[in-house]
Design a protein around this ligand. Structure first.
Ligand code: AMP
Length: 287
């Protein structure tokens, strides 16, 4: 049975998701933008392009077996899904914000009967219920920030990443409901039917992410410098030392390093007499 994988068709999560799938070897072909679904070449996987917001529901209903969406959307859906991998992008938080001139400086200051505009009604209601506050939730489909100024609500609950949109609209964040990022989600049921294929997709994507901030470094070093080299390059399991034919006192050193350490490592390698230093990007790092 074909594995159905839901991917955000547009919006903030779309571009990086496509990049990750492509790097993981899932060939989406051309004109992805216009297609509703694509069949991956040589694999029994279908990518369905749908709204990030619909993905939790589609997984829960079994319409797709897995998908990439924001944890905020998963929380709002109320479905009990399985988070298979946090993807390290699409970071944001669902927060309570009040107009600058409001005396409320903490969610505790919000009074019963307050009107709260949000496009996340379920989770907002649940949050205020848990605080024992009886607020009135006003559902909007976007631009919640403007609602207090239109007199439609007293406060808002909305997604924040840098906070600059709130600031621009003279709102102050006073509490966080959910911290979010993009994640690969599935369900217990889909894992039963497609566990192996899902694990393969997840581990391919994980291997791409793991490789992105690493580099492969190679250098020819004098044998006498080897004790120093092991201190300079704390590679995965230590550097690999390879003999160079016809060169008795020089060996080749290979290692995987953190990209942000490359400058330091290259400088120190040169200092201990390394020659022919080169670094290369790594496509995948499989455990
Ligand atoms: P979309 O509405 O399709 O652009 O996707 C919105 C999703 O992007 C949200 O559900 C979040 O998971 C994520 N996201 C990340 N940062 C933000 C932000 N600053 N505002 C809204 N959504 C964000």
């Amino acid at each position: 049975m074909t594995l159905r994988f839901g991917v955000p068709n547009k919006g903030r999560l779309n571009e990086r998701t496509i990049e990750l799938l492509t790097k993981a070897g899932l060939d989406l072909g051309d004109d992805i933008g216009r297609k509703l679904y694509v069949k991956i070449k040589n694999q029994d996987i279908e990518i369905m392009f749908v709204r990030a917001q619909d993905i939790p529901e589609f997984i829960a209903k079994g319409a797709i077996d897995m998908g990439i969406t924001g944890l905020d959307q998963v929380a709002e859906s109320g479905h009990d899904l399985k988070n298979l991998l946090d993807l390290g992008f699409g970071f944001c938080r669902l927060s309570v914000a009040v107009p600058e001139e409001s005396p409320a400086r903490s969610v505790k200051d919000i009074k019963d009967g307050s009107r709260i505009a949000t496009s996340f009604p379920k989770i907002t209601k649940k949050y205020f219920d848990s605080l024992g506050k009886d607020v009135s939730v006003i559902v909007v489909s976007g631009a919640a920030e403007i609602m207090p100024y239109l007199g439609i609500s007293d406060y808002i609950v909305d997604l924040v990443s840098t906070g600059s949109t709130l600031k621009m609209n003279r709102l102050v964040e006073i509490g966080t409901i959910v911290e979010s990022q993009a994640a690969i989600m599935s369900s217990e049921k889909a894992m039963k039917g497609h566990g192996e294929e899902i694990d393969l997709v997840v581990s391919s994507i994980a291997s791409v992410i793991a490789a992105e901030d690493k580099k492969y470094i190679m250098a020819d070093v004098p044998k006498s410098a080897l004790p120093e080299i092991e201190r300079i390059i704390p590679g995965i399991g230590g550097p690999t030392i390879v003999p160079i034919s016809g060169s008795g006192d020089t060996v080749a050193v290979h290692a995987v390093i953190d990209s942000d350490q490359a400058y330091r490592i290259i400088s120190e390698l040169k200092r201990v007499g390394a020659k022919g230093i080169l670094t290369m990007p790594i496509e995948r790092l499989v455990d």
